[in-house]
Design a protein around this ligand. Structure first.
Ligand code: ATP
Length: 283
């Protein structure tokens, strides 16, 4: 199975800022690849290089076997962070414009947008604007879907609907590259690539990335005092519910840090993805 998108040793700097420092990434047909990373990690820069919107300093980008360019864009659906819609045009004008650019007929799969077809996009709610952007990106049955924070600013229900659309596209054979800050959305991806400071710090399935990482939970006692003891021991704790969670240290170190404090219940359990990410970038 040949990969739809191949990024190999990508470097890109803006002046002194090295946004990408040797990134490799591949997306296969029908695969949802999640690109994770904090603000400024390099996610948008990677997408812009992939689509040929900016040129990398070095490295190779191949999309469907071609160098990025107009022929490639015709076969890609792209929802940028800013949605890429014309807010003073109506929904139907936006979809027509997209069809004109890509040379295909208007999509049939827009039934949920029919009631707002004649409204200016700028007057619609953020969630509906996102649906319009998705419909526009999907209108030419792209082989590769590139989504930059597709659910940002969308409520829980809207998010579930957008993810259904993403899964439908992948089930139909499209490869999907999706950036997100929402680590719970990462669970929807087949494979994850975590970027920090322009470098891939982890890659694999959710289970592979969390791997052996654990969090130690501390319940009972005086939590402020427990936190002081954890911090004094050089460990990193965070308040969670009525207790504490400590990542990056085994249970023995936590027990040693808390010494003879009475009435504590201490357990070790699998880390969350968020904790694994923090552990990876602070290790
Ligand atoms: P976010 O989640 O906030 O969108 P990101 O992971 O997409 O972040 P990028 O937007 O790719 O990160 O930015 C990576 C780094 O490159 C940041 O330090 C950013 O300030 C810098 N950068 C990105 N684009 C430019 C530009 N056109 N000119 C100068 N610096 C830039």
């Amino acid at each position: 199975m040949s990969n739809l998108a191949i990024i190999d040793g990508l470097h890109k700097s803006f002046g002194d800022v090295a946004a990408l420092r040797g990134v490799d990434l591949e997306v296969g047909p029908g695969e949802i690849v999640g690109l994770l990373g904090a603000n400024g990690a390099g996610k948008t820069t990677l997408i812009r290089c992939l689509l040929g919107l900016i040129l990398p300093d070095s490295g190779r980008v191949s999309v469907m076997g071609l160098a990025p360019g107009r022929d490639v864009l015709r076969r890609v659906g792209y929802v940028p962070q800013g949605l890429g819609l014309y807010t003073d045009l109506t929904v139907s004008e936006n979809l027509e414009f997209q069809s004109g650019v890509y040379g295909v007929a208007e999509p049939d799969s827009i039934s949920s947008l029919l009631p707002v077809m004649d409204q200016a996009v700028g007057r619609l709610s953020h969630g509906i604007q996102r649906r319009v952007a998705f419909a526009a990106a999907l209108s030419h049955q792209p082989e590769l879907l590139v989504l930059d924070e597709p659910t940002s600013g969308v409520g829980v229900l809207g998010r579930a609907g957008l993810w259904e659309t993403i899964r439908d596209a992948s089930a139909g054979g499209a490869g999907v590259l999706v950036t997100t800050h929402h680590l719970e959305e990462a669970e929807q991806c087949d494979r994850l690539v975590m970027l920090a400071d322009g470098v891939v710090v982890a890659e694999g399935t959710l289970v592979e990335i969390i791997g052996p990482r654990t969090a130690v939970t501390v319940a009972g006692g005086d939590q402020a005092r427990n936190m002081d003891l954890i911090t004094e021991a050089g460990l990193v704790g965070s308040f969670a519910g009525t207790g504490l969670r400590v990542v990056g240290a085994g249970i023995d170190r936590v027990v040693a840090a808390l010494g003879n404090e009475a009435g504590l219940t201490i357990h070790e359990q699998p880390a969350t993805l968020e904790e694994a990410f923090v552990d990876l970038v602070t290790a």
